[in-house]
Design a protein around this ligand. Structure first.
Ligand code: MLT
Length: 230
């Protein structure tokens, strides 16, 4: 397999796409699955989210890092820790993360990656033995640091075992960045735009959660439009 960063071109849809939105969508999805949520239905728009709400679903919606009025919750991974949504399916729309899942859905395997399940995702990818696209959701189609650092962490872990190493330049760059940052991810990200955005909203607890490695052994995957435990 050959890890590459987005922008990608699905030359071959028989690949694994790791959707990465460290702050906070993919960390929140991992937390939901870890805390008993049976499935997360990702939707790209607020309109679609309203439709689900009208049908009686539990629906989370985030825009500009805040909970959208009228919905049940937002995008904080802490929301799920009490287990109050355990045993239920939920619907989620976020600024970038759920849009990225929508864009990735053509791939044969879509995996949700976050620092919380870094090792589990790497083991899953090794077992799968397919080409890997590390799809960094970024912020409104722009590069961001935290997603790139996670991509770099995956490249670093997988690179050791690559039999036919074919790292794209973006993968090499993300690995180098991760190696520079890995001893203090929180400090390294102090000037990053979304960390500052979240800090202004007093969401430091979320930031710390999202940067804590390997809290989870679960690998959420997209199956028939729903993210479930893989
Ligand atoms: C997103 O999907 O854009 C992010 O998770 C935004 C956020 O941190 O709420």
């Amino acid at each position: 397999f050959s890890p590459a960063l987005f922008p990608v071109y699905f030359q071959d849809k028989n690949c694994a796409v790791v959707v990465i939105d460290v702050f906070r969508a993919t960390s929140a999805i991992c937390s939901a699955i870890d805390n008993g949520v049976t499935g997360v239905i990702p939707v790209a728009t607020i309109d679609e989210a309203y439709e689900y709400k009208e049908k009686g679903f539990l629906v989370g919606a985030e825009r500009q890092a805040e909970v959208v009025e009228g919905f049940d919750f937002g995008n904080s991974p802490i929301t799920f820790k009490s287990g109050k949504f355990s045993g239920q399916d939920i619907v989620l729309t976020t600024t970038n993360g759920t849009k990225a899942v929508e864009l990735a859905k053509e791939a044969s395997n879509v995996v949700i990656g976050s620092f919380a399940n870094l090792d589990a995702v790497c083991k899953y990818l090794e077992r799968l033995d397919k080409d890997v696209i590390l799809f960094c959701a970024g912020w409104k189609d722009r590069f961001n640091l935290e997603d790139t650092l996670f991509a770099g962490a995956v490249v670093e872990k997988l690179a050791e075992n690559l039999r036919f190493a074919d790292l794209q330049d973006s993968a090499i760059a993300s690995k180098d960045l991760y190696l520079k940052a890995k001893d203090d991810l929180f400090g390294f990200l102090s000037e990053s735009s979304h960390r500052k955005r979240l800090s202004k909203l007093n969401l430091e607890e979320d930031i710390l959660y999202c940067l804590k490695l390997n809290q989870s052994k679960n690998v959420p995957v997209l199956l028939n439009g729903k993210i479930v435990k893989g």
